[in-house]
Design a protein around this ligand. Structure first.
Ligand code: NDP
Ligand code: MG
Ligand code: MG
Length: 340
């Protein structure tokens, strides 16, 4: 088993007297800034003028430009969208880094794929909470935390690991458990998980099931309930008690169907495709295409997004959800308020 670090394993002193610049005030940024501050850390928020800037100011932070925040801090936590990081780093952060400072990320993409090439004389590490920012914030206020990964890329001070753990503790993650990884492992597994299972795998599975039923002549509304709506109940059970716990709660008929039909749907061909997806992550093909797509102003991303939004499951779902106001919970409210 990997070693898990908790509050008691962490030397708070590593962050003492250090000023942290939180760059960006979106999902992760707002959560880190507020949690750090309430843990007694001196925080300055660096973000461009606009909605995030106003929100950070309204939340009581000292808010300045990215360059000013990075200049004045010992620890610079970059919480900008991954595809913006290289540009903002080159223009506003790179020249502010000097020996003794630490450059920190919540995802390894830009370091691992060489989009950001930090100077050799600063510490570089990541602290990546395994959950969206609104949960990092909400669990902290409830006295708990979201588990996190940490990894050290450059340890110039000899203190980078301690600093990473102290940071993880200050955002509440060491209450839940913190695991050590590498930039490579964090980046590749994060991309694979979201592509093959959590986002890509799941949306494609749901659509394939919905289309199979509607093409066979069943009502789209019924197909929506069976293939999308009920997912949450199943996922909640898996989240709480694993696959066996979920199977314990469903009927024996459903469990037997799971055993005999699940492996027919997600078969060896699907696993072979997953291996190809993983290979494209590992060999840099996915990263290169996504970087180029952004440089071209996202023509393919926008076209696919537009087409996906018009899928029948989206039209049917929109109507059905109007009849079920209870499905809109805190996560949606948090997204609407800019803290997704
Ligand atoms: P968001 O998109 O939620 O927030 C980005 C923030 O950066 C906003 O405040 C935005 O301000 C600001 N910003 C965008 N462009 C610029 C710019 N050019 N100059 C200055 N500020 C800018 O990002 P996330 O919190 O989702 O992601 C941040 C990092 O955290 C990423 O590395 C991501 O991989 C990682 N991460 C995210 C998780 C998540 O669940 N969201 C989970 C774990 C890690 P404005 O309002 O002006 O656009
Ligand atoms: Mg990700
Ligand atoms: Mg059923």
């Amino acid at each position: 088993m990997a070693k898990v670090y908790y509050n008691g394993d962490v030397n708070d002193g590593a962050l003492a007297g250090k000023r942290v610049a939180v760059i960006g005030y979106g999902s992760q940024g707002h959560a880190h800034a507020l949690n750090l501050k309430e843990s007694g850390v001196e925080v300055v928020v660096g973000v461009r003028k606009g909605a995030s800037f106003d929100k950070a100011a309204a939340d009581g932070h000292v808010v300045v430009s990215v360059e000013e925040a990075a200049s004045s801090a010992d620890v610079v936590m970059v919480l900008l969208p991954d595809e913006q990081q290289q540009k903002v780093y080159e223009a506003e952060i790179r020249h502010t880094l000097s020996p003794g400072k630490a450059l920190v990320f919540a995802h390894g993409f830009n370091i691992h794929f060489h989009q950001v090439q930090p100077p050799k004389d600063v510490d570089v590490f990541l602290v990546a909470p395994k959950g969206p920012g609104h949960l990092v914030r909400r669990t902290f206020t409830e006295g708990a935390g979201v588990p996190a990964l940490f990894a050290v890329y450059q340890d110039v001070s000899g203190n980078a690991r301690e600093l990473a753990l102290a940071y993880a503790k200050a955002i509440g993650s060491a209450r839940a458990g913190v695991l050590e990884t590498t930039f490579q492992e964090e980046t590749e597994t994060d991309l694979f998980g979201e592509q093959a299972v959590l986002c890509g795998g799941l949306t494609s599975l749901v659509k394939a099931g919905f289309e199979t039923l509607t093409e066979a002549g069943y009502q789209p509304e019924v197909a929506y309930f069976e293939c999308l709506h009920e997912l949450k109940l199943i996922v909640d059970l898996m989240y709480e008690d694993g696959l066996s716990g979920m199977r314990y709660s469903i009927s024996d008929t459903a469990q037997w169907g799971d055993f005999v039909s699940g492996p027919r749907v997600i078969d060896d061909r699907v696993k072979q495709s997953m291996k190809e997806v993983l290979a494209d992550i590992q060999n840099g093909k996915f990263a290169k295409e996504w970087i180029l797509e952004n440089q071209a102003n996202r023509p393919q991303f926008l076209a696919i997004n537009n087409r996906e939004g018009k899928h029948q499951i989206e039209q049917v779902g929109e109507e059905l959800r109007k009849m079920m106001p209870f499905v809109k919970q805190k996560s949606r409210e948090a997204v609407a308020s800019g803290a997704k």
